[in-house]
Design a protein around this ligand. Structure first.
Ligand SMILES: C[S@@+](CC[C@H](N)C(=O)[O-])C[C@H]1O[C@@H](n2cnc3c(N)ncnc32)[C@H](O)[C@@H]1O
Length: 326
């Protein structure tokens, strides 16, 4: 059966394997294979593979020494992975239970299996989960060489946004000041600090702020990360005119925070503004909102209009990168 593989010349194989392993994207259930002068590296999540790699469908052999969930179930289950927590999105509880049993019995490094029990909701943007197997929902997730400790029951974290976060973080320079207004457990702030940036992350959720501090320490960048707990509109006066780069990942309502963003911006600041918008005009609402908030104080230049992913029928999750120049 064909599985998604990164295809590279064999001489680039080891560097590619290492990069994909660091991003936690290797598919442990299939063998890396040489065929037709190419090396095929099976990957677990083709959407998260950085754009620089070519992803193709290839009939990679199943690893003989591994029992995979499909071997036990007779069908290929669908799941996402966050460290040792395997995430299902199954409406049928009997089927969910069968998949959970197979995941626990197979050779994958499964600690816990959870099923989505609600949408992402509330100010903290977290879900309810049914824990189907295992008992802990705290885990260590690895993304592009950075470790994140987090509890899926207490904080927001989407492994699907890894490529998008990497795109933003790669723009952060060593001497920059980066401010994440909705920082969560630090998936923008911690890797930006690893690149040498001076970073501040704010979050309303006390659990997220505690994990952000822990993750900064765990990755050796506690000295370059300041964590602030509270509403970013009320707790960040000390950082007026400070930020060279602002990250605003609170789709649906980030525009309500643009006045604060303008207060935090330095004379020359790039804003990464996430939104959920209709496919007919995915970037218009963000662009108009940024221009309105900037007013006479800043010139606004749109740098990138990024279509991140589908969110719902006819709705896109998008990111507008805009430069504010005073
Ligand atoms: C969609 S999550 C993004 C978290 C993180 N940036 C990421 O990409 O994983 C939004 C975060 O904003 C936080 N939040 C919501 N309202 C806030 C506010 N008024 N001030 C600061 N943080 C807020 C939530 O607690 C949540 O952790």
């Amino acid at each position: 059966m064909s599985v998604p593989c990164v295809r590279v010349p064999p001489e680039e194989g080891e560097a590619t394997r290492q990069a994909l392993a660091e991003a936690d994207l290797l598919d442990a259930g299939h063998d890396i294979t040489v065929a037709d002068g190419w090396l095929y590296v099976p990957v677990s999540d083709p959407d998260a593979v950085p754009d620089e790699y070519e992803v193709v469908a290839f009939d990679a052999p199943v690893r003989e020494d591994q029992t995979m969930p499909a071997d036990l179930l007779g069908f290929e289950p669908s799941y996402e992975r966050l460290g040792g927590v395997y995430i299902l999105d199954e409406d049928d509880s009997e089927r969910a239970g069968e998949i959970a049993d197979a995941l626990m019995a197979c050779d994958l490094p499964v600690e816990t299996v959870v099923n989505r029990a609600s949408k992402v909701k509330g100010e903290y943007r977290i879900r309810e989960w049914d824990v189907l197997a295992g008992d802990g929902t705290e885990t260590v997730h690895r993304e592009y060489g950075v470790e994140f400790l987090l509890d899926v029951r207490e904080v927001y974290f989407s492994p699907r946004l890894a490529t998008e976060r990497h795109r933003v973080v790669e723009q952060a320079a060593a001497d920059e000041r980066v401010f994440d207004m909705f920082a969560g457990v630090g998936p923008f702030v911690v890797p930006a600090a690893k690149r040498g940036a001076d970073c501040v992350g704010c979050d309303l959720n006390p659990a997220a702020v505690a994990y952000l501090r822990e993750n900064a320490a765990r990755n050796g960048v506690a000295d370059r990360v300041t964590a602030i707990e509270g509403d970013v509109r009320e707790t960040t006066d000390a950082y007026a005119d400070w930020a060279d780069r602002l990250v605003m990942n609170l789709p649906h309502s980030a525009d309500e925070f643009l006045d604060t963003a303008v207060e935090l911006a330095s004379d020359d600041c790039v804003v990464h503004l996430y939104d959920i918008a209709h496919e007919d005009d995915p970037f218009g609402p963000s662009e108009r909102a940024v221009r309105a908030a900037a007013g006479e104080a800043y010139d606004v230049e749109v740098l990138v209009r990024r279509d991140v992913r589908s969110y719902a029928p006819h709705e896109r999750n998008v990111c507008l990168d805009a430069r504010l120049s005073r």
